[in-house]
Design a protein. Sequence first.
Lengths: 449, 567
Amino acid sequence: MREQHRADEADRRRRTTDGGVAAETADPGQPDPVEVFPEGEFDLRPGADDCYKCTTCETSCPVAEVDESFPGPKFQGPEQWRLKRKDEIEIDPSITECSNCLRCDTSCPSGVGLAQMHNTARGEYVDNQLPTLSIKYVRNRILANYRTSARLASVFPRTANFVMNFGPVRWAMEKVLHVPSERDFPEFATQTFREWWAERGGAQVSNPDKRVAYFHGCYANYNTTEVAKAMVRVYEHFGYEILVPPQKCSGTPMFANGMLDDARRHAVTNVENLVEAIEEGADVIASCTSCSMALRNEYPELFDIDGIETVAENTFDALEYLRINEDLQGAIQDATVSGEFAEAFAYHAPCHARNQGLDRQAIELFRDLDGVQIEDVGDSCSGISGTYGWKEEKYETSMEIGAEMFEHMEAAEGTTGMTECPTCGMQMEHGTGYDVHHPLEVLEAALVE
Amino acid sequence: MAPTVVVIGGGATGTGTARDLAMRGFDVTLLERGNLTHGTTGRTHGHLHSGGRYAVSDQESAVDCIEENRILRDIAPHCIEDTGGLFVQLEGDSDEYFREKLDGCAECGIPTDVISGEEARRQEPYLTEKTKRAIRVPDGALDPFRLAVANAADAIEHGARVETHAEVVDLLTDESDVTGVRFRRQGPNYLGEGSEGDVETIEADHVVSAAGAWAGQVAAMADVDVAMAISKGAMVVTNVRQIDTVINRCLPKDEGDTIIPHETTVLLGANDEPVDDPDDYPEEQWEVDMMIDVASEMVPIVENARMIRAYWGVRPLYDPNPGETEDTGDVTRNYFILDHEERDGVAGFTSVVGGKLTTYREMAESVTDHVCDRFGVDEPCRTHEEPLPGSRDQSILEEYMDRFDLRSPVAKRSVQRLGDRAPEVLGSEDPNPVVCECEAVTRAEVRDAIEDVGPDLNAVRLRTRASMGNCQGGFCTHRLGAEVYHDHEASTARDAVDELYQERWKGQRHTLWGRQLSQAMLNHMLHATTMNHDADPGLRGDTVDFAAFDAGRKTDAATDGGSTNGD
C-alpha cells in the first residue's frame, strides 16, 4: 500500500535535497516564505530510514579493516545521524578517520546515501568543532586547496620541485604541519596543460557534432600534463572538438577535509562554465576518476546550484565515454604498441572509479592490445585516498591499507603500474617504486603514434 | 510499628504511590503482575501535557496538568525532553475554537504564545504549508519507563519492597473488609525468594489499588464494583524524527492528532475506542492507517516515513457519571480516589482511578494523603520537591558529557538516559562495547539493568532502550542474551532472548511494508537461518549426536584455513 510511492518518494527527496551550504543568491522568481533547510543543514532522513543495519558497508570499509577502533561507515552515516538530536549532539571526531574512499556508498544494498551523510557530518565537524587556528585545520585547508598551492608552485616549477622535496624543508613540514616526510611531493610540470593548450592554439579539430568539454582538474594541469595531452590527442584522433572551459578544483579534496564552503565556491565556477559548454553541445569528460565522481555524484548530493543536475547527467570518464561512443575495442584489436608503453602493467582500479562502475574498463580494453599485458591487482583500496595519506597521523593507516595492493603489484608480472587516479598513482609508486601511467597514455601509444 | 500497605500496580501511579507512602513512613509492598510499566504506563504516548489539550473541555484536568508539568520539570528532568508544544490551526480549522483554546489556556494558567504559520514552519520545517497559525504551549516528552523505574528505585531506597511478575489473584477479606492480598509469581524470581507459580499472601493494614485499567478487576476481588470506562488507543512509531516539537491539532474533536518526538523517534497517536477487557481487545490495521493519515495532515512527510512498529494502550478512565457521556473521548481525564469504606462499606481498601501520566504524582499524593488520614499519620508530602534518582544532580550531565571513552552520540545518549547515575554505571575501566547500535546502549548499561531486574530482557529494554531502534532487536537481541549468560544459565539466556524477540516482533507486525518489511526479512534470515533459532536443537531439548560429525581436517592443514595443495 504505502510502499509503492515510498521508494519513488525517497528518490525524489534525495534528488531535491538542498546542499549543506546555503545558496549565495536566492532566486527572486521563486516564492520561498520559509527557509526549510537553513544553512548547514541537510535532510538526511531518507538515508537513516533506508538503512536496515545489514553491515555490508562495514565490511567494505578499508579503514575499518586495518583500524579496529574506527567505528565504521554505518556509525558515521545513518546511526550517528539518527542518534543526533537537533542542535544538540556533536559529531564524533572519528569522522576524520574516514578516508572518503566511498566504497560504503556503492556497497549499500539499500541505497543509503553514505557519501552524502559522511560529507555532511565531516563538514559539520570541521565547521563547528575543529578550531580554525589548529595546525590540523591549517594543514587540511592547505591540502584541500591543492589547486592554490599548485598554481603558485607552477610559477616556478623547478624551484618548487627542488624545495618541496628538500630534506630540511620536509623535516620542517613534518614538524610544523604534520605532513609525513616519507612521501615525495609530486613533480610540477615546467609548462601547465593550459599553457600548452594555449600555445598550440587550442582545439585542432572543429566538429559541431562531436564535442567534449574537458575537465582536467588540478593534477593533469599542474603535474601529469602528459595525461591531459594524451587525452587531447586520442580524442582528436576520433574527430572530437575539445573545449577546455575555465575551471577550478572539482572539490574532492575539500569534501574529504570537510571544507564544504571552499568546495561550493569552486563548484559554482565549474558548474557555470560546464553548463555553458553543455549548451554548446558538449559532453563533459574527465581523466581523473575522482573529478568525474565529484561532478556526477557529490555535486548534486551536496549543492543546490543552477544547472548542477545537468552537469552531473552529462559528465563521463574519458575512457568510459569513448567506450560508449566509439568502437574502441575494434580500434584496439587492430593496434599494436611498441616502445615506452609496450609493457606489462599492474593495474589498480581506484575506489572512485569503482564507485562509478569503471573498475574493469582498463582491463577489458587492454587485454586485447598487442604489445601490452595487463593484470588487475585486485579490489583493495590503495590507501592514500587523496589527501588522507598526506597526513602524518594517517600515514601508517594509509600504508597498512595499501599493503595488499603493494603485495599484489609485486606478485604481478609487470613492473609498471597503471591507474586512472593521480593519488593512487602516487601511492603505487611510493609502495613499489614502479612507474605509474594513466590508461589514456597507453591508448595514445596504441592509436595515435 | 509502621502500618503496612500493599500497592497494586507497577505503573507511574503505583510506583509513585509506593514512593510517597514509603517516604511518609509506611511499610510498603508494591506488586506488579508484569514488568514495571507493563500495563498502561508502558504503552502511553509519553506526552508531558501542558494542559492545553484539556483547556476547553476539561479544565480541572488542564489545571492539574500544568501544575504537575512544572513540578516534574524540577523533580524528574532526566525523564523529560523539553520539546515545547504547538497547537496548529490548519486552513479551514475553526477560528472560534482557536480563540476558545487560547481563552481556556489563560483561564487554566497555561502560558501561551500565538505564532504565525510561517514562524511555526520555521520552527518545524515539515509542518504543512497549510498551517495558518499556532499556539505555543509548554508541552514536552516524558519517558514513562524511566519515570516509573526512578519512582520504584526511590521507594526501595525508602524501605519499600517491589515485586514484579507478581499478579494479585485475590484480596484477603475478613467479613467484607480487606486485610491483605494473595499473589502468584508469574515468572522465576531471580532477585528474591520464591519461584514461578508460587502463591503467597501478604497481610496488610491497607491495600491501595493503582491497577489503572485493571482497577475494576481488582475491586471485584473484594466484591466491589468499580465501573471503568476504559478505551484503547493506537500509537505508531517512526524510525527517525520528522519533528522536534510536540504537535497537536487545534480542533475540538481530536483523535490521533498528536505527534510527539521521543528519543530517536516520533510517536503518532492516538485514537480513542471504548473496550471491555483491558487484556483482550482487537489491534486493527485501520487504526494504524488512521494514525498515519491524521498525522500526515499536519506533517505531510509522515505519510512516507518509515514506521518501525505500532502499539496499543488502554486508558484507565473512570466515568463518575456513567450513562451521561456518549463518547470515551468526552470522559474526564480527571482522577478519583475511591474510598471503598465510605463508598462500599469495605474498609482497608482504596482505589485510585482515572488521571494521566502527567498527573501521576498528584494522584499518588492524594491517595497517600488519604491513607495517612486513615492511620492518623501527620507527615507532609515531599514528592513535589525531592528529585527522583537520576535527576538529583543535573550538573553532572554536562560535566560527564564527553567522558567514559565513548563515541560522542553514544556518550550523550547514555548520559541522558542515566542522568546522575552515569558515572556509577559507565565509570568502569572494563571494555564497554556498544551492544545496541540503533539506540547507542553499551554493555555497562545493559549489565547494570540486568543486575537490577535479573535476566528479563524486556525489563532491560525498558530501562535502556536497547532493541527499540530501527532493527527492532535484529542485531542486538542475541548480544543482550550474551550479557544475561554472563550471570545466568544458558537456558535462561535463551528464554530471555526468545521473549524479547517475540515482543519486538509483536509491534512490528503492524508496520510491515517498505523498509521495515526488508528489516523484518533480514532479521528473520539472521535469526532463523544464520543462528538457527527456529530449529535450534538446544532449544528443542534434543541431544546433539556429536559422533555423527567427522573429526575435521587432519592436523597438517594450513592454519589460515586455505588449501594445503601447494598454492
